[in-house]
Design a protein around this ligand. Structure first.
Ligand code: CA
Length: 437
């Protein structure tokens, strides 16, 4: 437990014992699992017998943190009574990075193959470890605020090319600041929640006036999102070098979009009803701590950014991402493979920019990356780009054609990082589009 007393410092990558690639657990972890002992993501689950409580994923099991806490396995960490016995993780992550890191380190110890505390206590094990097949995952956080950035150069270039001018695809501000907007928190749902096709105003090109009808262009957006774990003071700012002290972890994020509604409404104030009918997140929050080994340098930034946005070094994360579409009656087809490392603006810069004017952040706030498109057509993160606004339809494995998402289609996002034989995954972020009501 030595590392716990060290000063909080992200440059000391090896200070996090739970990330050691050599660690093995006495809990069986199937080959290719997203949840080896080096991951230990946090979530909220319920079962037939348990109301929603906090847990940690390990292999095909969920470790019940309420049971561990109430039965002395987390003694000495100074955790508040009942901190895990809650519908959301806000109070837990609000304890701060130092404390939540200590908890992850302790859980890692308890699960290590040569630790007998829980392993040898058969009665405790049987209660504390619950098969994933028996749990229903819940929204892990109460989300006070949601921001969506637009930080992939490839995505912004594709959209600018399609809708404005290929020669000036990026607007003049794009390389000077991480463009973003304030989204709607109330309609963010957990993976597995169905979404009804939204209705709204659309204006066909050949019509003088708008129509009111179900969207014909429902789309996904492949994104990742980070979650803040502090309450800052209105008027204060977070520097790029301190940003990671405020970030608990990441989830996969599908920012469902109705392109036809969006196209008619978005000038001059930006996205509104084309976006706020639903966004889906994966249920397990993978900690920023667990992602430390997967840091990489981001793209070179030119022109030079203003001093408050300087964030040098390995600030991006090498996380492979994929999108699959599963029609109602047939098998899934992978339609995109991308990577979080392509982001032009990193999370440090996003959070610094977000707060440079004195905007405060809150525990549980969610910040999406913007659609993550890579350089090749197969890595585009939306149907809008993959089919070039429907002009180049794609074919799924079952032979059917897609320009956008059909009723009955389930869209699945997956993501994982892999290095030194360790695979840190995010599980699934999935949602099905139902017919308009
Ligand atoms: Ca988005």
């Amino acid at each position: 437990m030595n590392s716990l007393n060290l000063p909080f410092n992200y440059n000391m990558k090896n200070a996090i014992n739970a990330n050691n690639p050599k660690l093995k657990s006495w809990v069986e972890v199937p080959v290719g699992s997203d949840f080896p002992i080096q991951n230990l993501p946090f979530g909220i689950f319920k079962t037939e017998y348990l109301s929603p409580v906090a847990g940690v994923a390990i292999g095909d099991h969920v470790l019940d943190l309420v049971y561990l806490h109430e039965n002395g396995f987390l003694d000495g960490l100074g955790l508040p009574v009942g901190v895990f016995n809650q519908r959301y993780l806000n109070d837990f992550i609000g304890l701060g990075k130092k404390k939540t890191r200590e908890v992850r380190e302790r859980i890692s110890e308890l699960l290590q193959h040569d630790n007998d505390e829980l392993k040898s206590n058969v009665a405790a094990r049987e209660i504390a470890l619950i098969s994933m097949s028996e749990v229903e995952m819940q929204l892990p956080i109460r989300i006070p605020n949601y921001t969506d950035f637009y930080s992939s150069e490839e995505h912004a270039t594709n959209v600018g090319t399609m809708f404005r001018d290929p020669k000036n695809a990026l607007l003049p501000n794009w390389k000077h600041l991480p463009v973003g907007y304030h989204g709607r928190a109330s309609s963010i749902v957990v993976s597995g929640t169905d979404i009804h096709r939204p209705k709204g105003q659309i204006k066909p090109l050949d019509s003088e006036i708008p129509l009111f009808c179900p969207s014909q262009k429902v789309d996904f957006e492949l994104e990742m999102a980070f979650i803040t774990c502090t309450d800052t003071k209105l008027g204060s700012s977070i520097a790029t070098k301190d940003a990671e002290d405020h970030i608990f972890g990441f989830v996969l994020f599908n920012d469902w979009s109705a392109r036809d509604i969006q196209n008619w409404e978005y000038v001059p104030l930006g996205p509104f009803l084309g976006k706020n009918f639903g966004s889906t997140i994966s249920p397990w929050i993978v900690t920023l701590d667990a992602l430390q080994p997967f840091r990489v340098k981001g793209p070179d930034q030119f022109p030079q950014v203003l001093p408050y946005l300087v964030a040098n070094g390995e600030k991006n994360f090498d996380i492979s991402l994929e999108v699959l579409i599963k029609p109602e009656q047939s098998d899934e087809t992978t339609v995109s493979r991308s990577n979080f490392k392509y982001m032009y603006w990193n999370v440090n810069q996003q959070l610094a920019h977000h707060t440079v004017n004195g905007c405060n952040v809150q525990v549980g706030d969610l910040y999406a990356s913007g659609t993550i498109s890579g350089p090749s057509p197969g890595s585009f993160g939306s149907m809008l780009e993959l089919t070039w606004n429907g002009q180049r339809p794609m074919h799924l494995a079952d032979g059917t054609e897609r320009k956008f998402i059909n009723d009955g289609d389930t869209v699945v996002l997956r993501g994982h990082a892999e290095k030194d034989g360790v695979r840190i995954g995010f599980g699934e972020c999935k949602g099905k589009i139902l017919p308009a009501t």
